[in-house]
Design a protein around this ligand. Structure first.
Ligand code: PEP
Length: 252
């Protein structure tokens, strides 16, 4: 049995008004039993402070932002800095989500900058990687994911790399209802772990939490999480309903 940190992280994306979001956080906090899974709520920025206050006494619940800017501060209208997140007590930040890459021009280079500044502000990055369907069909998915990881993360010291969580999210499975099969997920997670081992050594690779994301729901979570290199999930749609999200956290 692996001793890696098991994580189920919800990514609320641009959903929930303020009152809907606090109601969801309250329901999850009330229903989630204490256990050995780290459960993270990735809320819109406007919810962070209130949700942080709601979850603060639950031993397993933590807070994530869905992005941050790569500059320490300054004239970047509409953006949020890592120092601002740190000042609210946010613990994690999701970086390089495929929707950020697709709609907001994020690249491996900007993800790399964000990872560094997030770490400098004591935020733990959840770094998303994953291929489009055409890349998988061309048999180049491992090469692409390997490149994304190398470009975004391999300038980190071993100590800093030890703080990273990786989320493998095949783009073709996000919000589509299509899920990678447990075998497909395991194959990629094993590849990622081998890639980490080649760069940082076996000990760090074995300690790194690698999440699966892409239409994960109560009906398929158990078969995905039972794969040896799948250490939990990044959950979009199913994180918006407390009962579904909690059922996923109970799927180990
Ligand atoms: C995500 O956005 O990270 C995600 C996995 O979404 P969904 O679960 O809705 O596919």
């Amino acid at each position: 049995m692996s001793t890696r940190k098991k994580i189920v992280a919800g990514n609320w994306k641009m959903n929930k008004t303020f009152s809907e979001g606090t109601a969801l956080a309250e329901e999850i906090t009330g229903k989630l039993e204490a256990g050995d899974v780290t459960v993270i709520l990735g809320t819109p920025y406007i919810h962070l402070q209130a949700v942080g206050a709601i979850i603060k006494d639950h031993p397993n619940l933590f807070l994530a932002a869905q992005n941050c800017h790569q500059a320490a501060g300054g004239a970047y209208t509409g953006e949020i800095s890592p120092a601002m997140l740190q000042s609210l007590g946010v613990q994690y930040v999701i970086l390089g989500h495929s929707e950020r890459r697709k709609y907001f021009g994020e690249t491996d280079a900007s993800v790399s900058e964000k990872v560094s500044i997030a770490l400098a502000h004591d935020l733990l990055p959840i770094v998303c990687v994953g291929e489009e369907l055409s890349v998988r069909e061309a048999g180049k998915h491992e090469a692409l994911v390997g490149e994304q990881i190398e470009n975004a993360l391999f300038d980190l010291s071993p100590e800093d790399f030890g703080k990273i969580v990786i989320a493998y999210e095949p783009v073709w499975a996000i919000g589509t209802g299509l899920t990678a099969s447990p075998d497909q997920a395991q194959e990629m997670h094993g590849f990622i772990r081998n890639t980490l081992a080649a760069k940082y050594g076996d000990e760090i690779a074995q300690a790194t939490t690698i999440l699966y994301g892409g239409s994960c729901k109560p009906a398929n979570a158990q078969s995905l999480f039972s794969q040896p290199d799948v250490d939990g999930g990044l959950i979009g749609g199913a994180s918006l309903k407390a009962d579904d999200f909690i059922a996923i956290t109970n799927s180990y």
